[in-house]
Design a binder for this molecule. Structure first.
Ligand SMILES: [Zn+2]
Length: 188
């Protein structure tokens, strides 16, 4: 694909269906002091901004894109893997100290187990499915299925290894076919 040469069209698209029809949700929370004389809001005491770019055609989040200043920019390394890559499905276990998992039961257990195994990277870049977990002394072994986009099995393995917060064991890694590109892309 000529679009993958590094210009904006290469990365400013859905990593999954390559649609360029994107939108961004920005959540902005701020706490401000109120000036007692004028009622004017003073500088931020606490400000948090979070954003998620989504594809309007396939509705998936776009973890290779982020919001900076006034525009959407790519996350280096990640966008190349995700846009040019194919989906890989890994069956794996991650052995972590139990202190890393806030709770392993109840409605939030999956979220905490995923975060414990792969941290922020896993929560953002991968589709993870926690199958089950086992306790082993002070450690928890999390069994997961992970779908991630990469350009080779070697790259997928490296990305999983870098993200894992404990000893990683990959029991199988298989390449899937890429979902069809969205129709609007074919019109180019
Ligand atoms: Zn899409």
């Amino acid at each position: 694909m000529s679009e993958l040469n590094g210009d904006r069209a290469a990365w400013l698209r859905c990593y999954r269906c390559w649609s360029q029809s994107l939108e961004i949700q920005i959540h902005y929370d701020a706490i401000r002091r109120v000036d007692p004389d004028s009622g004017v809001l003073t500088e931020g005491v606490d400000e948090v901004q979070e954003s998620v770019v989504q594809c309007l055609d396939c509705m998936h989040d776009q973890p290779h894109l982020t919001f900076q200043d006034d525009r959407v920019v790519p996350i280096e390394d990640r966008w190349q893997r995700m846009v040019a890559g194919t989906p890989w499905v890994a069956s794996c276990t991650v052995r972590v100290d139990q202190d890393r998992v806030e709770t392993c039961s109840g409605p939030e257990a999956i979220e905490f187990l995923t975060y414990g195994a792969f941290g922020d990277a896993g929560v953002r870049e991968f589709f993870t499915h926690v199958r089950f977990h086992k306790h082993d002394d002070e450690q928890i072994v999390v069994h997961l299925l992970v779908e991630l986009y990469d350009r080779s099995a070697k790259e997928a393995t490296e990305v999983l290894e870098a993200a894992a917060h404990g000893q990683l064991e990959i029991t199988s890694l298989a390449e899937e076919s890429r979902p069809p590109a969205h129709a609007s892309d074919e019109a180019h």
